[in-house]
Design a protein around this ligand. Structure first.
Ligand code: HEM
Ligand SMILES: *[C@@H]1O[C@H](CO)[C@@H](O)[C@H](O)[C@H]1NC(C)=O
Ligand SMILES: *[C@@H]1O[C@H](CO)[C@@H](O)[C@H](O)[C@H]1NC(C)=O
Ligand SMILES: *[C@@H]1O[C@H](CO)[C@@H](O)[C@H](O)[C@H]1NC(C)=O
Ligand SMILES: *[C@@H]1O[C@H](CO)[C@@H](O)[C@H](O)[C@H]1NC(C)=O
Ligand SMILES: *[C@@H]1O[C@H](CO)[C@@H](O)[C@H](O)[C@H]1NC(C)=O
Length: 354
């Protein structure tokens, strides 16, 4: 009798716990979040990213950047993926994103593949986090267990994207504060800037350094002159639509060249070179460490990517699992209106057929 009573009590509490926990506690992200609901999600995402990257190796860099630009604006909630609609002012046209972010179509392809396997289960925000880790691995960088369970936002904020995403013309103190706002420290700043070990930049983000730095009429003194000559060939008269590799030697690979480049004044953006060329900065020793020890860089990159991927996430019953990453799901009210409308039209059909 006694043991029976205990069992009933335990059962009752399990039921209560299951019913109440997601509502009362902020759920934590967990790498095994989809173990039962979408066990193959990682390999599905990997399949699409791998196929695309064979034709377009730069896409790996573009997907890492997309995750960063998502997380710095109201958290890792896929807000960057929302398109302009009657109620959404898309972040895609914010200055740091407009004509510059890539991979929206790839994310939609991933979403389609994931929906085919596990409909309505995997968030677009988690897809961005997974695609970033997979891109790191495919580009020769570290792998990590991606914490999962993010949900997708119902809103976007272009104004906030313009405020929160750091500019390539930022000095070190501006960079530090942009990261501090997100709960990221100086080591995170240096490690994550190491993502500029692959991918490209448009000329207009650095041409002032070649010709007329900060209105001085002279080139940036912290830019190597030989490197500057090479960049001038890529960017004659500014050439706003031309692209330069962040890393001239291994442009599509994640390695620690970024840091050795900074030490010889070959950082592409002002925001890159600031990490090593700012007099007395505490970032210099971190650059030195990462340039001499690739494993130290990879360990920090992995830790900082995980930290970044947890910024202001929506979990539990917050947000939603979008059906299409570019749009919020239809609200119940809209669905009711839609179904009333379709009922009305089918009624009309019935009436007219009489
Ligand atoms: C520290 C402040 C940062 C600034 C000012 C900055 C700025 C920029 C700019 C201006 C570009 C060139 C975009 C274009 O021309 O289309 C770029 C590209 C890129 N950024 Fe950053 N970024 C920063 C931090 C980061 C972080 C934290 C990550 C990821 C962890 C990242 C990943 C990338 C990647 C991979 C590319 C190349 C994208 C491609 O080729 O499509 N950046 N960034
Ligand atoms: C969303 O907007 C982007 C441009 O920012 C466009 O390329 C894409 O086709 C749009 N997606 C849909 C489903 O309309
Ligand atoms: C985004 O870029 C397009 C094409 O260059 C331009 O027409 C548009 O004005 C830009 N949008 C914003 C909000 O700056
Ligand atoms: C967007 O962010 C700005 C700056 O934090 C804030 O003032 C504004 O209320 C936000 N807009 C929306 C629509 O959430
Ligand atoms: C860094 O940039 C900020 C914002 O542009 C500016 O207010 C500040 O004076 C600059 N600091 C230094 C040390 O140049
Ligand atoms: C450099 O830029 C400043 C400010 O934009 C401008 O006044 C100056 O004429 C430029 N100098 C040269 C040599 O182009």
């Amino acid at each position: 009798m006694r043991s029976f009573h205990v069992t009933v009590t335990a059962l009752c509490c399990v039921v209560v716990a299951v019913g109440v926990l997601p509502l009362s506690l902020d759920a934590q992200l967990d790498p095994s979040f989809y173990r039962n609901t979408c066990p193959k999600v990682h390999s599905i995402v990997r399949g699409v990213v791998r196929t695309v990257s064979k034709k377009d190796p730069r896409m790996l860099a573009s997907l890492v950047r997309l995750h960063f630009h998502d997380c710095f604006v109201q958290g890792c909630d896929a807000s960057i993926l929302l398109n302009n609609t009657a109620t959404i002012v898309s972040e895609q046209q914010a200055f740091p994103n407009n004509n510059s972010i890539r991979g929206l179509d790839v994310v939609n392809d991933i979403k389609t593949a994931v929906e085919n396997a596990c409909p309505g289960v995997v968030s677009c925000a988690d897809i961005l986090a997974l695609a970033a880790e997979i891109s790191s691995v495919l580009a020769g960088g570290p792998d990590w267990k991606v914490p999962l369970g993010r949900r997708d936002s119902l809103t976007a904020n272009r104004t906030l994207a313009n405020i929160n995403l750091p500019a390539p013309f930022s000095n070190l103190s501006a960079l530090k504060s942009a990261f501090a706002v997100q709960g990221l420290d100086t080591t995170d700043l240096v490690a994550l800037s190491g993502a500029h070990t692959f991918g490209r930049s448009h000329c207009d983000f650095f041409t002032d350094r070649l010709y007329n730095f900060s209105g001085t009429g002279k080139p940036d003194p912290t830019l190597d002159t030989t490197y500057s000559q090479q960049l001038k060939k890529i960017c004659p008269n500014g050439g706003p639509n031309n692209l330069a590799n962040f890393d001239p030697t291994t442009p599509d690979t994640i390695d620690n060249n970024y840091f050795s480049n900074l030490k010889v004044k070959k950082g592409l953006l002002q925001s890159d070179q600031e990490l090593f060329s700012t007099t007395g900065a505490d970032t210099i020793s971190i650059v030195n460490k990462f340039s001499s020890d690739q494993k130290a860089f990879f360990d920090s990159f992995e830790a900082s990517m995980i930290k970044m991927s947890k910024i202001d996430v929506l979990t539990g019953i917050k947000g939603e699992i979008r059906k299409h990453c570019n749009f919020v799901n239809k609200k119940a009210v809209e669905l009711d209106i839609a179904s009333v409308a379709s009922e009305e039209s089918s009624m009309k059909g019935m009436v007219s057929s009489f």
